[in-house]
Design a binder for this molecule. Structure first.
Ligand SMILES: [Zn+2]
Length: 296
């Protein structure tokens, strides 16, 4: 049995799957972010205990978390749950539970989940991206997460797309994340004279009746194509899987793909761009898949 935990800013979700990827149990608790780091460790341990009590089995444990995870120390950086930042979550949980823990960011979990039994199943090279509050990416080659030398493989969100673009927390300007995240789309809509307070899904919903929303969405698709073009030119994946809240926008798969066809160094782009199959469950499922299935 494999247990996956999705450590989110508002809730901690857990899933237990068998060797075939079939769900055996689920559990969920609110993230006690206000009570601090130790309370979060206790809550995660509680979800695991719950899943193991339900199934009557002990599982391997994988954890997915938003934010960047240091390859060297397992420490979390830039998490919205501030008390996690700088903490060696992997080591601390391993100590508490007395077994090894695997920890990856949410984009890598999405990529693994979709490559194993989702929209990228059967493909040798899968590039999966999260388009949401932030922008991340993960690369799967022959069914395995490709970490890269520094553990940053797939981190296209901090490629600079527009050198004079908005400042990014990472210290650069015009990173893909600043332009293709939900807040990035909302900011470019406002810059075009659009309403304040519209979130990404509202802008998409009003594209037919608000010319500024249409323009912001078209610009978004153009930028998406250019940003993915840099990835296609280097790894030329067999499929690109889109996840995260913005992946529900239909234009990404038509206009976004047309822009990619313009940007990539080929006059015959065949790369499919598809929506993630497991949606919001990609975090828990991918985390569970961080350990290979063991023979029953
Ligand atoms: Zn950046």
């Amino acid at each position: 049995m494999r247990i996956g935990i999705d450590l989110g800013g508002t809730k901690i979700e857990g899933i237990a799957i068998d060797a075939h990827g079939l769900e055996r149990a689920r559990a969920r608790v609110p993230t006690p972010a206000a009570q601090g780091y130790d309370a979060i460790l206790t809550a995660i341990a509680g979800v695991i205990a719950d899943l193991e009590a339900t199934t009557g089995e002990t599982g391997t444990i994988g954890i997915g978390s938003p934010g960047a995870i240091s390859h060297k120390t397992g420490a979390i950086k830039n998490s919205n749950t501030a008390c996690l930042n700088g903490r060696a979550l992997r080591e601390d949980l391993a100590d508490r539970l007395n077994r090894p823990i695997r920890l990856e960011n949410d984009a890598n979990c999405l990529a693994l989940s979709e490559a194993r039994d989702g929209a990228g199943q059967g493909m040798r090279c899968v590039f999966a991206v999260i388009l949401g509050t932030g922008v991340g990416g993960g690369l799967i080659i022959d069914g395995r997460l490709w970490p890269g030398r520094q553990g940053i493989a797939g981190e296209w969100g901090h490629n600079v797309l527009e050198a004079d673009g908005p400042a990014c927390y990472c210290g650069r300007r015009g990173c893909v994340e600043t332009l293709l995240s939900g807040p990035g789309l909302a900011a470019s809509y406002r810059a075009l004279g659009g309403r304040t307070g519209y979130a990404a899904h509202e802008i998409a919903a009003h594209a037919a009746d608000d010319p500024r929303a249409r323009a912001a969405l078209d610009l978004y698709c153009t930028r998406l194509g250019r940003a993915l073009g840099t990835v296609v030119n280097i790894v030329d994946p067999d499929v690109i899987v889109l996840g995260g809240g913005l992946s529900a926008i239909a234009d990404l798969y038509s206009k976004g793909r047309e822009a990619l066809a313009q940007a990539a160094f080929t006059d015959d782009l065949t790369t499919p761009i598809v929506c993630a199959r497991h949606g919001a469950a990609s975090g828990v499922r991918g985390a569970a898949h961080l350990w290979p299935p063991t023979a029953p």
